[in-house]
Ligand binder design. Structure first.
Ligand code: GLU
Ligand code: MG
Length: 463
């Protein structure tokens, strides 16, 4: 059976649910989990997509879970390359980094590298109230508001591409490259499984030394948490194996890009999929079309969050299979929003598999913010009842798609689009918005005067 949407709701929205429990943090367990590690690292992910935090002795794990560790508001203004950007916080103020027990992962001891327990944290005010600039809280609030206003639950999966350096030349997608990356690949898959990240595919990709890892879908916050953790686990293992690794959007001007693709499906309160309608263009439900319209309408501003490095827009050009323009299409890897395929093998249910893929993201983004802005934009499409967008069929001639609206051609343009989009601006605490603009402009200024190759190199050194 396929479910389209609850009949009788004029705008095609699902019945709103009663307001759920307040989005308070999960209660810390009475007894913190056992760990062999001497230290427990409590981390956040910032506007540069960097994971920063501090460690406590593991004997203090219980207290860290209950009351967090110290943190500083101005840390949010640290640019990707190190220097701190101009910011409204200055030297004043204090925060707590309060770990979410659900995010805990163990990195086992390995040779000389000691074990580590790692948690992702919410940034709170000293009294425990949410900090309005916390990126993780931004996503949690977006999920909550979508649920309260429409009854929709989000299921998401985030795919990452990256390049391993130092491997011999090999064929795209080849078993040869897969084996060259051993034992890293097998160790990575095992580590991700043990850490509960639910790896799905580990594959040699198209570009030189390029690989991709996909994780199983899960609730939005968990999917974004896993994206933060995945990159750190990959980097940590590669470091231990002496393999240079980069998630940077590009490693050479004419090279193959490393994308981050965000997959979204929407469910009603009973868990029934609501994006699928086999009678409509692209099999996309009316609700799904309006959700997509929200993303398409606000794309230029969204990219300031989803592809926010000084070189991200070199990847987002046509004929790279990244995102060649602002359009929604069935099974087309040039689209911004791709309607993904389904399979009926082994009795698979198309409605349950049906999902939309947002392709204009990369690993320089903060996953909580990237996913959060997509959900906010989709919600605007639903509640403001945006016009349904064109769904380009799979057999659309490529020449037709040359005429679709272009993505911003640079980070400067994306930041300008963000400043000009009152709807998108309204989603953010003014201090968070101002800090993001300042950090991103500082990163642009730090690379000013460098040619394309040198800018790509600087970004690759960090990601
Ligand atoms: N490497 C492409 C990108 O930059 C994606 C290729 C694919 O479809 O997997 O997004
Ligand atoms: Mg890929």
């Amino acid at each position: 059976m396929t479910l389209v949407h609850t009949p009788g709701t004029e705008a095609g929205l699902l019945a709103p649910t009663a307001p759920g429990p307040s989005p308070a943090f999960r209660t810390a367990p009475e007894d913190p989990p056992m760990t062999d590690a001497a230290t427990v690292f409590v981390a956040t992910c910032d506007l540069a997509g960097q994971v920063r935090g501090r460690a406590v002795p593991s004997s203090d794990q219980g207290s860290a879970l209950r009351s967090g560790t110290g943190w500083v508001p101005a840390d949010l203004a640290i640019s990707a390359f190190g220097p701190i950007a101009d910011n409204v916080f200055g030297s004043r103020g204090d925060l707590r980094l309060v770990p979410d027990p659900a995010t805990g992962v163990d990195i086992p001891a390995d040779g000389d590298a000691p074990a580590l327990r790692l948690y992702l944290a919410d940034q709170t005010l000293p009294d425990g109230d949410p900090w309005p600039c916390c990126p993780r809280t931004f996503l949690r609030d977006a999920v909550e508001e979508l649920r309260e206003r429409t009854g929709i639950e989000v299921v998401a999966a985030i795919e990452h591409e990256f390049v391993l350096g130092g491997l011999p030349v090999s064929q795209p997608f080849s078993l040869q490259r897969f084996r060259q990356a051993e034992p890293f690949g097998s160790d990575l898959v095992r580590l991700l499984e043990q850490a509960g990240l639910q790896p799905e595919n580990w594959l040699p990709e198209y570009g030189d030394g390029q690989f991709e890892i996909t994780l199983r879908p899960g609730p939005a916050l968990a999917a974004a948490d896993r994206a933060v953790l995945l990159k750190e686990l990959v980097r940590d293992l590669a470091r231990r194996r002496g393999l240079p690794v980069s998630f940077a959007p590009l490693l050479a001007p004419d090279g193959v890009g490393n994308g981050v693709h965000l997959h979204l499906s929407l469910r009603d309160a009973e868990g029934r999929p609501v994006l699928f309608d086999p009678a409509r263009p692209g099999r996309l439900s009316a609700l799904g079309a309006r959700f997509s319209a929200g993303i398409l309408r606000h794309t230029p501003a969204l990219t300031a969050w989803t592809a926010p490095s000084p070189v991200s827009f070199l990847r987002l050009t046509p004929h790279r299979w990244s995102a060649g323009g602002i359009f929604l299409a069935e099974r087309n890897r040039e689209s911004l929003l791709r309607i993904c395929p389904t399979t009926q093998l082994a009795g698979g249910d198309p409605a349950a598999q049906f999902n939309l893929e947002y392709r204009a993201a990369d690993a320089t983004a903060n996953p909580w913010l990237a996913l959060g802005v997509l959900l906010r934009a989709g919600l605007e499409g639903l509640v403001r009842d945006y016009d349904e967008p064109t769904v380009w069929p799979e057999d659309t001639d490529a020449s037709v798609l040359d005429g679709v609206p272009a993505l911003p051609s640079s980070l400067e343009e994306a930041l300008h689009a963000l400043e000009s989009d009152d709807v998108v601006r309204s989603w953010f605490d003014p201090q968070l918005l101002a800090t993001h603009l300042s950090v991103k402009r500082s990163e642009l200024a730090q690379l000013a005067g460098l040619d394309e190759t040198a800018r790509i190199r600087k970004v690759a050194d960090v990601y």
